[in-house]
Design a protein around this ligand. Structure first.
Ligand SMILES: [Fe+2]
Length: 303
């Protein structure tokens, strides 16, 4: 065969998915207003259904919102949603009810920048080529780090986690981008400005070589928790030459044999309302595949 293909273009590295971001919230009513009514996301109907915690679905991803002292990511989190104008209208609707909190939103550079009631910074994007096939979900979690740290952080993810990484230059700031599956990244952005404290929030990833990552972490004393058969945690990202801590982010690491791997997540179409209800369009549809009811084409999936 004379035809050749770049097989490496389809490699995703050892991190197969970034599934959830866990940030504690002190008030579930305000969290519901922000994440469900405002952002238009969907409460997990099967798990954590009481006032002690809430899981909120965003496509194939989740926010885990335990009722405790607030946690704020010392960086920013991307969210892909279908329709920024519809999102802005929902945010205007909840604004009076979130008065007196850190809640805010601003249209900037083609995105909607939000602050949750406790100050978490979310950047909402419309789907597009830079987000691959994702039409609803969390494309990145980005952490601020000190100047000079990003390249060494990328090396940690390559050599300890087996991840694919890229170094980006964004407006003069070096960014280490760690690939997670097909359409997601954990990013570390160098900044000369102040860096917020790390307060215990965490992300959860699935890895293919579960044993290899554990072995590499254990050799350096970096396993923070032996959770169960299918899960462990690490928190410190260190310089592999001198052991110096470069960043702190708790990673909940799961194997693909974890019972929740690939779990289907229910997502609704937030455009549905009593006043503008379309039969058959309650569910968000992955990729926006049109739904037809008889001969009538039904508008799909404004998220
Ligand atoms: Fe978690």
């Amino acid at each position: 065969m004379s035809t050749s293909f770049d097989r490496s273009a389809d490699d995703v590295g050892n991190i197969l998915a970034l599934e959830h971001l866990n940030v504690q919230v002190p008030d579930q009513l305000k969290a519901t207003l922000f994440y469900v009514v405002g952002l238009g996301l969907t409460r997990d109907p099967y798990m954590m259904v009481g006032p002690d915690s809430m899981w909120v679905n965003a496509g194939r991803n989740q926010f885990h919102l335990l009722t405790r002292t607030q946690q704020v990511v010392n960086g920013r989190t991307g969210i892909v949603v279908g329709d920024l104008d519809a999102l802005q209208r929902r945010l205007e609707f909840v604004q009076p009810q979130l008065a007196g909190t850190a809640f805010s939103f601003e249209r900037k550079d083609g995105a909607l920048h939000l602050r949750c009631p406790w100050g978490n910074h979310f950047i909402c994007h419309a789907p597009g080529a830079s987000f691959g096939r994702m039409t609803l979900g969390l494309p990145y979690v980005e952490v601020d780090v000190a100047p000079g740290a990003a390249a060494a952080i990328a090396r940690f993810y390559r050599e300890i986690v087996g991840a694919r990484t890229r170094m980006l230059d964004d407006a003069g700031n070096a960014v280490a981008a760690v690939q997670c599956g097909t359409d997601q990244q954990i990013r570390y952005r160098e900044t000369a400005g102040p860096i917020g404290p790390y307060d215990g929030w965490h992300i959860q990833i699935y890895v293919g070589d579960f044993t290899g990552v554990h072995r590499s972490l254990e050799a350096r004393g970096l396993v923070a928790e032996e959770s169960n058969t299918h899960q462990y945690r690490f928190t410190d990202i260190v310089d592999l030459d001198d052991g110096r801590k470069l960043a702190t982010v708790e990673h909940e690491v799961r194997s693909v044999l974890h019972p929740m791997f690939g779990r289907p997540l229910v997502n609704r179409n937030p455009a549905q309302s009593v006043g503008a209800y379309t039969l058959g369009s309650d569910a968000w549809v992955q990729g926006g595949t049109p739904i037809r009811l008889g001969a009538k084409k039904v508008a799909v999936m404004p998220t």
